[in-house]
Ligand binder design. Structure first.
Ligand SMILES: Nc1ncnc2c1ncn2[C@@H]1O[C@H](COP(=O)(O)OP(=O)(O)OP(=O)(O)O)[C@@H](O)[C@H]1O
Length: 650
């Protein structure tokens, strides 16, 4: 069964409300990252950018000299010399531009790779599940991921600012030589431009943050339309138009906000463009009039035109660069926030490396809820899994069985109470040793688009190349023959992403397995972690046929002898021979003991088991071939705390 979900929830109004680090910290993080990864490239790029910034100033001055010398009747050799300087400068600019482009790409690739590495290392450092279930963190992670794609733009933004400053300053000095008053006018018009652009940039960033949940929902609906898992239901129930409608509605909502910001930008930038054009026009009229009165030379006029256009272009470049840098830094703020995120599991100051299990695991008055806003799932569970014994946990859907598994793996800490491993509180233990000592088949195991061998080796990835170990695990899970028969055996790609119907079975594209075959692979994955101290089996046979289930449980029975095991199953027939069976109901363990004792006690378990057997026998009488074992399902009468319907008792 596949869960398709989107994560919703309340979130802060702005990124900074969510505790994002300030721009300075973001800038510091970005500078450190870039300098650490490509110091040489950045120096080269800076050299190119600054030279390219100085070039327009040089060209404007040489052009002025050429024109003045021409009108003054200078010698041809002088004019040709100046023309050669002009041509040389233009060639240098062209070459520099190409080199700069290449360096930009290279810096982008290198820094982006390092940033992605840093980001996902930080995600790996989160040892629990809490953060990945937090919508605010997920939004932040998505924006941080965007930041890793564009660090070149950040470098670009900073260096464009530097280039704009060099060009602008050079031309401002040149313009001042001709007309200090005009220089002042051009510069003063630049200040409102700068303020406006910064305000627009901030508005854009706020909008990007505020549409986060909308975009997340759009991604969810789009994912449904593209997913193979959802395809069957979407087609059979004909909900394609419904999902598409929802997706487009989310897109329209986001687009409306983007449009509002775009319009504001268009109006503001249009106004600014008008002002700068008016300033340039007025300046040109003044320069022409001054040249007419012989106050300025022809060269001065050319210099003036180049300087006004150049200063305005430099201001525009500066503004774009500042805006771009500002945007990137905001994204980088999310990147830095993810890198600095508090661990979701408090790390003990002096973690204990868990020793091999000798006595057992004890849950002592364990209370748990997923957050303060959620209801209690466990309300004081007391349970012991003695070393080398098998404990079966049964209970209704939603009773909290898988939650208890997650606590045992320390994906969360109990809200109250403790879980003890040979008397050591899991909170004091090194979580890596705990995980190394645990093997598990989760109810919602993952089907990886990898080869069959890799899918098994995931249980112990260090033994990926150990073919014999893979085969042994597959044999125990009863899937070896299936894998051997695949076109490339253990090297066959198992995928759900086939391009068309003819691809199924094509080894170069991949093959598809049935649900039960996948389940056996998941079991084989757990068997790769044989000889671990704790084996957790959460519904290990849910998708198996009757024969396979029988086979798998016989295997499990045989192999769990002496292994500390927690077994969860809705099929009572498969848990009856566990050393202890515990019934979880209303957040507490209401009964526990071996099958015989519980039946003799004539309590909840006995009633349920009888119900199950009766149900199964009735069905078996009608249909003797059918029946894979007793299964716990919700009975019509059991809408309350505990109710099981029995379908078999082998
Ligand atoms: N990540 C989560 N965040 C919030 N609530 C959750 C989360 N996971 C489970 N729950 C809630 O915790 C309760 C117990 O769920 P759990 O999956 O542990 O039950 P279960 O006994 O394993 O059920 P089933 O037999 O259906 O597998 C349910 O009410 C469920 O809604």
């Amino acid at each position: 069964m596949t869960e398709v979900r989107f994560v919703g929830g309340s979130r802060p109004e702005t990124a900074s409300d969510a505790g994002g680090p300030g721009m300075l910290r973001a800038a510091g993080a970005a500078a450190r990252l870039v300098w650490r990864t490509v110091p040489g490239g950045v120096l080269g790029y800076a050299g190119c950018a600054l030279s390219a910034g100085a070039a327009p100033v040089a060209i404007a001055w040489v052009t002025k000299l050429v024109l003045d010398d021409l009108t003054a009747g200078a010698a041809l050799s002088t004019l040709l010399g100046l023309a050669a300087v002009l041509a040389g400068t233009s060639i240098a600019i062209a070459a520099l531009t190409q080199f700069e482009q290449y360096l930009r790409g290279e810096i982008g690739r290198t820094v982006s790779l390092a940033a992605a590495d840093d980001l996902y290392r930080a995600v790996e450092r989160l040892r629990g599940l809490k953060r990945l279930e937090d919508p605010v963190f997920l939004d932040r992670l998505r924006l941080a991921q965007q930041a890793t794609i564009g660090p070149a733009e950040l470098v670009d933004g900073v260096l464009s600012t530097a280039r704009g400053l060099v060009t602008g300053l050079g031309l401002v000095v040149s313009l001042t030589v001709i007309s200090p008053m005009m220089t002042a006018v051009v510069l003063v018009t630049g200040i409102p431009m700068l303020i406006t652009e910064l305000r627009l940039s901030r508005q854009r960033a706020a909008m990007t943050w505020s549409i986060g949940p909308t975009e997340r929902r759009e991604i969810f609906y789009r994912g449904l339309l593209e997913s193979t898992e959802a395809a069957k239901e979407i087609r059979l129930f004909g909900i394609g138009p419904f999902v598409r409608g929802r997706m487009l509605a989310e897109r329209r909502t986001a687009d409306a906000q983007k449009r509002r910001v775009d319009r504001r930008e268009a109006v503001a930038q249009g106004g600014l463009a008008l002002v700068s054009t008016a300033v340039a026009g007025a300046g040109l009229a003044w320069a022409v009039a001054a040249a007419h009165q012989k106050v300025l030379t022809i060269g001065d006029v050319s210099m003036f035109i180049a300087a006004v256009a150049g200063v305005q272009a430099a201001i525009a470049t500066l503004l774009t660069a500042i805006t771009q840098t500002h945007q990137q830094l905001l994204l980088f703020g999310h990147f830095a926030a993810v890198l600095e995120v508090e661990p979701d599991l408090p790390a003990p100051p002096d973690p204990v490396a868990l020793p091999p299990l000798r006595r057992g695991i004890e849950l002592r008055d364990v209370w748990f809820r997923y957050s303060d806003q959620h209801p209690w799932v466990l309300r004081g569970v007391n349970l012991v899994i003695p070393h080398g014994r098998a404990l079966a946990l049964v209970g209704l859907n939603g009773a909290g069985k898988s939650t208890l598994v997650k606590l045992l793996c320390r994906f969360y800490d109990p809200t109250r109470g403790t879980i003890l491993w040979d008397g050591i509180d899991l909170r004091d233990a090194d979580v890596s040793t705990l995980r190394q000592r645990t093997a598990a088949v989760f109810q919602d195991y993952v089907e990886y688009d990898l080869t069959a061998g890799e899918n098994i080796a995931i249980g112990d990835i260090g033994r990926l190349a150990d073919r014999e170990a893979l085969r042994a695990a597959a044999r125990r899970a009863g899937v070896h023959e299936v894998v051997e028969r695949l076109p490339r055996g253990y090297d066959t790609l198992l995928t759900r992403m086939l391009f068309d119907e003819n691809d199924d079975g094509d080894p170069s594209v991949g093959v598809r397995l049935s649900g039960g075959q996948w389940q056996r692979l998941a079991l084989a994955r757990a068997f790769m972690r044989d000889r671990r101290d704790l084996m957790i089996l959460d519904e290990p046979s849910a998708g198996l046929d009757a024969e396979a289930e029988h086979e798998v449980h016989s295997q499990l029975r045989e192999h769990r002898i002496g292994v500390t095991t927690l077994l969860i199953s809705h099929r009572l027939g498969s848990v009856r021979d566990a050393d202890t069976i515990a019934v979880l109901r209303g957040g507490v363990v209401v009964e526990q003991g071996p099958h015989r004792e519980l039946i003799a006690a004539a309590g909840v378990y006995a009633r349920l088991f009888r119900l199950q057997s009766t149900g199964y026998q009735a069905e078996a009488a009608e249909e003797p071939e059918v029946g894979s074992g007793p299964e716990l399902v919700r009975s019509p009468e059991a809408s309350g705390a505990a109710g099981f319907v029995a379908t078999d008792s082998r």
